[in-house]
Design a protein around this ligand. Structure first.
Ligand SMILES: Nc1ncnc2c1ncn2[C@@H]1O[C@H](COP(=O)(O)OP(=O)(O)O)[C@@H](O)[C@H]1O
Ligand SMILES: O=C(O)C1=C[C@@H](OP(=O)(O)O)[C@@H](O)[C@H](O)C1
Length: 183
């Protein structure tokens, strides 16, 4: 089984995804991490040197490779839904979960973060509100499930998602065996 997490920066895709993968006995893949390893620098540095469009090209390529894996939990970058080709790929994937978080919750979680280039602005909360207004409809159209992340802890979210997957995709335990993907 391949389960893909999408959502705003700071919605918990990496944190929840890593623990969910452990719970399900699946490999964990983070498109941002795969990309940073390949680029040999941080995403922030790449943004500064090459610009956002070059980053989106590389991100699109990485997503396609991750989605070609048969099994795993894939955590994506928050802007993954911006490219129409990525949205189509996500719509065709069997299990895409939108971790929904409000701009205010994300601001509380990320107010000291310096790694996310789009949030290095004078008024990050305002930026988060703009990103959310643009992207929330795109996350919804690209996902099969929406999970609210405002109140639950990471552990509670992992439990909820795991139970939801058992109900919706009962054969998922069959995916516990197999090769670890090499990216
Ligand atoms: N449900 C949650 N409740 C409280 N804090 C959370 C929750 N989910 C994530 N966080 C925290 O928010 C920050 C951003 O999470 P992260 O997984 O990096 O988000 P993303 O990968 O979606 O950008 C981390 O410090 C993480 O511990
Ligand atoms: O929202 C975005 O456009 C981005 C989110 C980041 O990932 P996270 O969602 O993990 O922060 C990363 O891909 C890049 O900084 C661009």
């Amino acid at each position: 089984m391949l389960c893909v997490l999408i959502g705003m920066p700071g919605s918990g895709k990496s944190t929840v995804g890593r623990q969910l993968a452990r719970r399900l006995g699946l490999p964990f893949l983070d498109t941002d991490q795969v990309l940073e390893t390949r680029l040999g620098c941080s995403i922030r540095e790449f943004f500064e040197a090459q610009g956002e469009s070059a980053f989106r090209d590389r991100e699109e390529q990485t997503l396609a490779e991750c989605l070609a894996q048969e099994r795993g939990v894939v955590s994506t970058g928050g802007g993954i839904v911006l490219r129409p080709g990525n949205r189509q790929r996500l719509q065709q994937a069997p299990c895409v979960i939108y971790l929904r978080a409000s701009p205010e919750d994300i601001y509380r979680r990320l107010r000291h973060d310096t790694s996310r280039p789009l949030l290095q602005v004078a008024d990050p909360l305002r930026k988060l509100k703009e990103l959310y207004a643009d992207r929330d409809p795109l996350y919804r159209e690209s996902s099969r499930f929406v999970v609210e992340t405002g109140r639950p802890t990471v552990a509670a979210l992992v439990n909820m998602i795991s139970m939801q997957l058992d109900l919706a995709l009962p054969d998922r335990l069959g995916a516990r065996t197999g090769e670890t993907p090499k990216l």
